[in-house]
Design a protein around this ligand. Structure first.
Ligand code: NAG
Ligand code: NAG
Ligand code: NAG
Ligand code: NAG
Ligand code: NAG
Ligand code: NAG
Ligand code: NAG
Ligand code: NAG
Length: 588
């Protein structure tokens, strides 16, 4: 039975207000998510048996009752444990899908769902793979010269198309309206005028609408219209570009048209296939709706006609159909830089704009959550994309710090829209709140096994390095240098005095898979203090960033330590950079 070596500390913990490390993981990403010894498997079994007990009626849990009418598929994936994607999945079929005369009656990893706006991040991925980096910063008036003549003299009423770029579209900071006719999910007139039970807007205090304002004269008439026709129907700006992010389907419908224009691949499906689905062998994924009723292999939530709606130019915003297994291929390829180079991947997985919340930011296609670990206080970024439309909701979540990710896909033809969204949020919370701590503990356990111990350099005098994994909750959590003696001299004392802390913790920084050498950088752990404001606090809370390993001896950074790693992940030698190539062998 597992008992977490770390959990003891949590209850009594009062987190220090200071956390002074570099952005990024505390430890190398874990390699074992699936064995009987893995914290991840054990936590996964815990949450899935909780779900199973509730859904089969063995142990009713009020908090999970929102799932009762939902069909869902959950799947974890990892770069370093290829078994995770197949074995850490959970599927549940709700009563309407069990009974449906369309599509599957039981869901699994190969069941094809709509995933709605999860699509948006795949559109960006395709764009990153097909466009020239400079294309992202071209004004739309250069990409579509036809729109140069649109009015622009009034920035309150006219969108300034010559300032809007594909980059601003992809980062949801173009300032253009959320939706535009004729695909305007937010248009209230649709419900008021055209519902079965029409309401006269004037009884509500709203003005009557003219034919023009009901959208009858918009140049785009159907999902096969051109990008320019669609763009011409987009009304006044919400914000100027690069002022404040705002979620917009318009951004991603236009981004799809930009990719088609610049690649010459006319339909979204052509460039999705060329850039992503084809190379990753995502055979069950498409932006085209199935045409052969009763839709074998698909999960048909709700009305089959709505389900099979062909998205046309809107499919770059929310049109993808996919499976849990294909989403795992997609996520692993992103984390492992299979299609996009590693430097471009790292650049992609960074925020481009804050929001008004401390723990939420936006990147190119990404909705970025900042998760604060309850034991260490360390912040981990979750790069995510939500989908939520019609009868479907989904999450793609990738966590570069753990080379790990997961997907949640839900549908229901009988739950309300609020219950369906609520179910997706609940499932993503259940996974992240259980699995992120398990990944922390698993990474700590593997780092302890792979790096802890004494490394010795054989010579006339004593030269040894000792690393101890510090499991105390708080900012000192991590691989700690507990002794460094060179030629009989206590060099650690010099390091501690110079770097300004008695506790130096190593975090992974660089890696070369060819030579199997890995760089780490030492962080001086600084205790929390009292600050008069942001500026004085900055020197403590951001000391690693600020100092940037900047103290050197003979040009070699004091904080840099190299390790040579064996095939099983265990360190075999340590080389403190300041000792200029001197190698300390791990004693076994
Ligand atoms: C899950 O873990 C919690 C906390 O350790 C435990 O109380 C619970 O019984 C476990 N549930 C299952 C279904 O294993
Ligand atoms: C599930 O759907 C059925 C039929 O529509 C409804 O009677 C029931 O209240 C729903 N259950 C929950 C938990 O929403
Ligand atoms: C990740 O990329 C490496 C190097 O390209 C490759 O050898 C490995 O098979 C990939 N891993 C996965 C899970 O795709
Ligand atoms: C399933 O189908 C049966 C037979 O058509 C029907 O009696 C039952 O109400 C259906 N159940 C649900 C949950 O739709
Ligand atoms: C719609 O707007 C256009 C351009 O403003 C105008 O020429 C046309 O007469 C309007 N049509 C109606 C029916 O109001
Ligand atoms: C859009 O084009 C597709 C493919 O040519 C066609 O099947 C579909 O009927 C068209 N839709 C509309 C609304 O014209
Ligand atoms: C061992 O230490 C002594 C005294 O500090 C020093 O003189 C000598 O050079 C050292 N030997 C080696 C091989 O470094
Ligand atoms: C372990 O971390 C705690 C908290 O930072 C610290 O008080 C303790 O001294 C550390 N132990 C070692 C050996 O560095």
């Amino acid at each position: 039975m597992h008992s977490s070596p770390l959990s003891f500390a949590v209850a009594s913990l009062c987190l220090p207000t200071v956390f002074a490390r570099f952005l990024g993981p505390l430890n190398p990403a874990p390699a074992d998510l699936t064995s009987d010894d893995s914290w991840v498997r054990s936590k996964w079994e815990n949450i899935t048996s909780m779900l199973e007990d509730h859904l089969t009626g063995i142990a009713q849990d009020e908090a999970l009752s929102i799932l009762d009418n939902i069909t869902f598929s959950l799947g974890l994936f990892s770069v370093h444990d290829p078994k995770a994607a197949g074995s850490l999945q959970y599927h549940h079929t709700g009563p309407d899908i069990k009974n449906s005369s369309f599509g599957v009656n039981k869901v699994d990893g190969n069941s094809i769902y709509r995933v709605a706006s999860m699509t948006k991040v795949v559109t960006v991925y395709a764009g990153l793979l097909l466009l020239d980096p400079s294309d992202w910063h071209k004004p739309l008036t250069e990409i579509f010269p036809e729109i140069s003549s649109l009015p622009k003299d009034d920035p309150v009423h006219h969108i300034q198309w010559d300032t809007i770029t594909p980059f601003s579209l992809s980062s949801q900071i173009s300032g253009i309206p959320a939706n535009a006719r004729p695909f305007d999910a937010g248009e209230l007139a649709t419900a008021l005028y055209f519902s079965e039970d029409p309401i006269d807007p004037m009884t509500l205090g709203l003005p009557p609408l003219t034919l023009n304002s009901t959208g009858i004269n918009v140049p785009c008439q159907d999902p096969n219209c051109s990008g320019v026709e669609y763009l011409e129907g987009i009304q006044a700006p919400t914000f100027p570009v690069f002022q404040s992010p705002g979620y917009a389907n318009t951004n991603f419908i236009l981004l799809g048209r930009v990719i088609s224009k610049l690649t010459g691949l006319a339909t979204n499906e052509e460039w999705f296939q060329k850039a992503v689905f084809g190379p990753l062998d995502m055979k069950s994924t498409s932006s085209l709706s199935p045409t052969k009723s009763p839709y074998a292999g698909y999960v048909v939530g709700g009305d089959p006609e709505t389900f099979a709606f062909q998205g046309g130019i809107t499919s770059s915003s929310g049109g993808i159909f996919t499976t849990t297994n294909d989403v795992a291929k997609l996520g692993i390829s992103m984390l492992n830089s299979t299609l996009l180079s590693a430097d471009h991947t790292r650049k992609w997985m960074k925020p481009n704009s804050f929001t008004a919340s401390f723990d939420f930011a936006l990147g190119m296609g990404w909705e970025i959550y900042r998760y604060t670990d309850k034991v260490t206080g360390h912040v981990t970024e979750l790069y995510t994309k939500l989908g939520d439309a019609g009868n479907y909701a989904s999450y793609l979540v990738v966590v570069p710090d753990y080379d790990f990710g997961f997907s949640v896909i839900v549908t229901s033809g009988i739950a309300t829209a609020a219950e369906r969204s609520g179910a997706a949020h609940l499932l993503a919370d259940l996974i992240s709140e259980a699995i992120l701590p398990a990944l922390r503990d698993q990474a700590a356990k593997e780092t302890k096994r792979n790096y802890e111990g004494t490394y010795i350099s054989v010579g006339q005098n004593t030269s040894a390095l000792t690393l101890t994994y510090n499991q105390t909750a708080g900012s000192g959590f991590g691989l700690t240098i507990t002794s460094l003696v060179n030629d009989g001299k206590n060099l650690l004392r010099f390091f501690q005095g110079t770097l300004g802390s008695n506790q130096l913790v190593l975090a992974p920084s660089t890696i070369d898979y060819k030579t199997k050498r890995r760089g780490f950088v030492a962080t001086p752990v600084v205790p929390a203090g009292e600050y008069t404001g942001l500026f004085s606090k900055m020197f403590a809370t951001n000391s690693d960033w600020l100092n940037n390993n900047g103290l050197t001896y003979g040009g070699q950074a004091l904080g840099t330590f190299y390790f040579d790693i064996a095939d099983d992940g265990g360190a075999v030698a340590a080389l403190p950079a300041v000792l200029r190539g001197k190698s300390f062998k791990k004693s076994v």
